[in-house]
Design a protein around this ligand. Structure first.
Ligand code: UD1
Ligand code: UDP
Length: 357
């Protein structure tokens, strides 16, 4: 009986890679579905190539649209895939629209759902991801948690203990499996970086969807550029709005297309500071010991603050926070959250394989 994986957006791919690999090693038949939520080569194809993820068996080609359009298109496509393949389990990843759409369809067809990265909560329902997380967890039969706080949230929401498994973080499996390929010197040469540099990634709706927010982001990048040359791989969501609000006018900010995983992580590994609103980047900087300033008021990943190098910063406080990081430099020692050890995919695969036995 087949395990169907549903992926669709950039953060799904590094999370799915180790799970697919570990299930293959255990001889479990698998079908990989790409919803097509992300479709530019640099948001999708490059991850399959660089992380040696098998080609998707099915691409639903849903593309962009409003939340309802995108979610509905994934639901219609996934329903047919599940009817055609009669799987024993559907595995969904993270908190994107493809995740909740697939979980809802599977649950209604009585196909068990496994949620990788269950239980994260920002407690901010203005984030579309928070709605996706809450609903996906309610629909899931196997909930794979990356941190202890996530288990607490699930328990409080009434999820029975036996459904919850603390497995560690598959995103970090991918990081640790590839760390020898993160070549800071090559990244410096490719991007023409000589002294200290910072990396910025900002794409949340709250930061890029209107002019006032986009102008604030450009102001934040100026503050960062006062201390560092900044490399900013621009997510397609915010590109035009940020350009309309002066992004190209800060000479110390080098704009690039979205980067492939290895190039991006090579840059992050050597950075003096990262400024972000990304979920995954908060985790990656934590493991690499790179100071991370997160331009958000909440995080669903508080373990990156308590055990890592992350700090939530208000826009007004960013200039001081950057100055502090520039003065202090990178930490010499740092903690890494429990079980972020490179073996989460294997733990997940063991649990799935045991269930099928
Ligand atoms: C989605 C996720 C978000 C995640 C982000 C990671 C949801 C609700 N949001 O946000 O949680 O952090 O992915 O990157 O699922 N676009 C392109 N090319 C692409 C994909 C998108 O140009 O390959 C542009 C389109 O204009 C599109 C916009 O980006 O309308 C937004 O894409 P969408 O998938 O709706 O949401 P993201 O902002 O990417
Ligand atoms: N990433 C990348 N190139 C980039 C930006 C990000 O390879 O230019 C990787 C990085 O590993 C990150 C992951 O893509 O953790 C997902 O990032 P994104 O910010 O898109 O999603 P989020 O984690 O915020 O949902």
């Amino acid at each position: 009986m087949t395990v169907v994986h549903v992926t669709g957006a950039r953060p799904n791919f590094p999370k799915a890679a180790p799970v697919v690999k570990a299930l293959a090693a255990r001889g479990v038949p698998q079908l990989l579905v790409h919803t097509g939520q992300h479709y530019d080569d640099r948001m999708s194809e490059v991850f399959f190539e660089q992380l040696a993820i098998p080609r998707p068996d099915v691409n639903l080609g849903v593309g962009s649209g409003s939340h309802a359009q995108q979610t509905a298109a994934v639901m219609i496509g996934i329903e047919q895939v599940l009817l055609d393949n009669d799987p024993s389990l559907v595995v969904v990843y993270g908190d994107v629209n493809s995740t909740v759409a697939a979980a809802l369809v599977a649950a209604k067809l009585h196909v068990p759902v496994a949620h990788v990265e269950a239980g994260l909560r920002s407690f901010d329902r203005e984030m579309p991801e928070e709605i996706n997380r809450l609903l996906t967890d309610q629909l899931s039969d196997l909930l794979f948690a990356t941190s202890a706080d996530a288990i607490g949230h699930l328990a409080r929401e009434g999820v029975p203990d036996e459904k919850i498994h603390f497995v560690g973080n598959p995103m970090i499996d991918t990081l640790l499996a590839n760390i020898d390929r993160f070549d800071v010197a090559r990244a410096r040469a490719e991007h023409g970086l000589e002294g200290d540099y910072a990396v910025a990634t900002l794409h949340r709706p709250a930061n890029v969807d209107d002019d006032a927010s986009a102008a604030r982001v450009v102001g934040a990048l100026r503050a960062l550029a006062a201390h560092y040359t900044v490399v900013f791989p621009v997510h397609p969501r915010g590109r035009q709005r940020l350009l309309d609000n002066g992004l190209a006018d800060v000479p110390e900010v080098l704009l690039t297309e979205p980067l492939g995983y290895i190039d991006f992580m090579s840059l992050v590994r050597g950075a003096g500071c990262v400024v972000t609103d990304s979920g995954g980047v908060q985790e990656e900087t934590t493991v690499l010991g790179v100071p991370c300033l997160t331009l958000r008021t909440t995080t669903e990943r508080p373990v990156t603050i308590t055990n890592g190098t992350n700090r939530l910063v208000a826009f007004d406080d960013l200039p001081d926070a950057v100055a502090e990081v520039a003065r202090a430099g990178r930490p010499v020692t740092w903690k890494v959250p429990p079980l972020w050890d490179g073996h989460a995919g294997e733990r997940i695969a063991d649990i799935i394989a045991a269930r099928r036995a």
